[in-house]
Ligand binder design. Sequence first.
Ligand SMILES: Cc1cc2nc3c(=O)[nH]c(=O)nc-3n(C[C@H](O)[C@H](O)[C@H](O)COP(=O)(O)OP(=O)(O)OC[C@H]3O[C@@H](n4cnc5c(N)ncnc54)[C@H](O)[C@@H]3O)c2cc1C
Length: 488
Amino acid sequence: MTSERGLIPRRVVVVGAGLSGLTAAHAVSARAAAARQALELVVLEAKDRVGGAIWTERRDGFTIEGGADSFITNKPWALELCRELGLESRLIETDARHRRSFVVRRGRLAPVPEGFVLMAPARLGPLLTSPILSWRGKLRMMLDLILPRGDGIVDESLASFVKRRLGREALDRLVQPLVGGIYTADPNELSLRATLPQFLEMERVYGSVIRGALRQRKRARAEERDASGARYGLFMTLDDGMDLLPRTLESRLPSRALQLNTPVRRISRPDINAPWRVELLDGPALDADAVIVTTEAHVSARLLDGHDPELALLLRSIPYASSAIVNIAFRRDQVAHPLDGFGAVVPALENRSILAVSFLSVKFPRRAPAGTVLMRVFVGGATQPELFERSDDALVELVRGELATLLGARGEPLFAEVARHARAMPQYTLGHLDRVAEIRSRQARHAGLVLAGNAFDGVGIPDCVKAAREAADQVFAAANDSAAPAAA
Ligand SMILES: Cc1cc2nc3c(=O)[nH]c(=O)nc-3n(C[C@H](O)[C@H](O)[C@H](O)COP(=O)(O)OP(=O)(O)OC[C@H]3O[C@@H](n4cnc5c(N)ncnc54)[C@H](O)[C@@H]3O)c2cc1C
């Protein structure tokens, strides 16, 4: 890069090579190629690997997911990305023989009523015969059919909404463990509008969550009847493990674009006509016309503190939770439970030390050798932060104890591995959408600076893909808006 801006090639720096950073980088280079525009792309990653919250290990015939294990398909963006990358033939669905989950009730596993999705029963029969709720609890849920709509004005917590519509028991026994498991969050703090707005919409349109769920099921079945072409189950993964997605994105980057082991220290711009300056912890700073920042919001805050303290303060106000996943394997004959489902979630009122257990080798084929089982156990989160502080050995002991009680898992496991996610899961707490709107309006003051990642518009893999592509679009929109091709 020369000092004369007129001569410099366009340079875009992406900070972070998790799924968001890699997808944004891929989209930036695809858009530049389509426009036959010369572009220098640099992706800076602090760790020695790509993927961030997605990483896969392989050992002794096991495919071990340290982070995310699958993605949903009813938000299409991750599926679209896989297709775009030529990974369609590598996608695998959940095993149709065992498509159900359990919820722990008084120390035993009971099936989640068929058709119950997060908080809405799309079928009434299985709910009414389920042992999970008392008759009083079930009747209270049915009041949802006649209760008046809420005013929809205040940003209501998930817990408040569920108590209001479906009752306390439905919250404690079903919704808290099912939804809490996704966000590793406390439903009293979660903003419903920011996390599951579809349920607010059901209340608004149908006057009832149950009625909304029943109607949606009817519509989905009709669409299924009329559908042609490939249809997928709700959850999918990749045959060689989830990290095939970031690894493939990595392989499509322009050569030498990716710099691993390169933590960014500071991002600033001395004045509006100067390029952005990306300072590294170690090594010379880089100049850039546009910077896409995909790090955790608390990290982005640190990077931008010197440039815009207000923006940094807003970013810091997004809370994060830490959690650990213990991947643990047994011989099949060591586990008494039939494992005839994808796993179990644990309500907080059961007073146990794990949030959920997923039977990974039941959920997806080829995750473990024949005659063995591989489970993923979630510990910590916003509701049990103290457990995250324990040593790996202590976490394995704790998990073994819980699996012995809940599943009858006996004896030495074949192995147990602890994957830690420190301050990795943003919590979309009350006021989240307002916070994000403020962040966006503050960001708009800085042409060429784009904030992406899982902190803002959705934590799931499809949401991250969508947001990252939009981040790439913003870089080009900014460039098109300015007279010069350089974006800053
Ligand atoms: C335990 C867990 C399980 C999950 N399971 C699922 C699931 O099954 N399905 C699903 O859809 N979603 C799941 N998610 C959510 C989803 O995986 C994540 O939201 C998504 O992968 C986040 O991607 P990201 O790139 O935005 O952030 P990250 O993956 O956090 O990437 C941020 C990157 O920035 C890097 N970085 C940090 N600081 C710096 C710095 N100073 N300089 C340079 N680089 C830096 C980090 O090392 C990291 O690589 C899960 C999340 C967690 C934590």
